[in-house]
Design a protein around this ligand. Structure first.
Ligand SMILES: N[C@@H](CCC(=O)N[C@@H](CS)C(=O)NCC(=O)O)C(=O)O
Length: 202
């Protein structure tokens, strides 16, 4: 398998999952502005959506959308516990969380990274994020991870998007539960290794 990624982007989530699952893979970096890959290929010929993550499977087909990719990866290694078994209620809880993170958190960051976004759009996005953080904080409560004691692919995704708060000037310290969650996930050896591989930490 090959993961197309951009350092610190949402592709960090499947990158963490690949390492947590211990699956064999290679990576290639993508410049999201020029849509060129590290080897000079036109990324839009690999993923016509032009967005990371994109995962090339061993049969050559390409899987996109982070929420789908992380579930595919977890299902390659069910014993990793990164996703509850398909068809069970805990799996639907996982999907519920992945969808919430994708549509309510991830995409509310978009205007904050867009130099053409107007100030009132940015302010509305920050207000949206703040209310989502408050909900997530209550959902996590005193649990270690989103599903309880076990680290799942939803935690990899939430950790990834919460990592953008510092870049856009949101103080995560206002949500101590989320700040503690990020510290807990960041301390995981495979998360450390992934962040090092992407050049996010030394
Ligand atoms: N719906 C996609 C969105 C992926 C996405 O927003 N990727 C961003 C990086 S975090 C990207 O590649 N943006 C560049 C672009 O869309 O041109 C998913 O959930 O995987």
């Amino acid at each position: 398998m090959k993961l197309y990624y951009s350092p610190g982007a949402c592709s960090l989530s499947p990158h963490i999952v690949l390492n947590e699952a211990g699956l064999p893979y290679t990576t290639e970096k993508v410049d999201l502005k020029s849509k060129k890959t590290e080897s000079g290929a036109d990324f839009t010929t690999i993923n016509a959506k032009g967005a990371v993550p994109a995962l090339v499977l061993d049969d050559g087909s390409v899987l996109t959308e982070g929420a789908a990719i992380v579930q595919y990866l977890a299902d390659q290694k069910p014993q990793s516990g990164l996703a509850p078994p398909a068809g069970t209620m805990p799996r639907y809880r996982l999907i519920e969380l992945l969808n919430y993170i994708a549509s309510e958190v991830h995409k509310n960051f978009s205007p904050l990274f867009n130099p053409r976004a107007a100030a009132d759009w940015k302010a509305a996005a920050i207000a949206n994020l703040e209310s989502r953080f408050t909900w997530l904080s209550g959902y996590l409560g005193d649990k270690k991870y989103l599903l309880g004691d076990t680290f799942s692919v939803a935690d990899a995704y939430l950790f990834t998007v919460l990592g953008w708060t510092a870049k856009v000037g949101i103080d995560l310290g206002k949500w101590p539960v989320l700040a503690a969650f990020c510290a807990r996930v960041a301390a995981r050896p495979k998360v450390q290794a992934t962040m090092k591989a992407e050049g996010l930490i030394n």
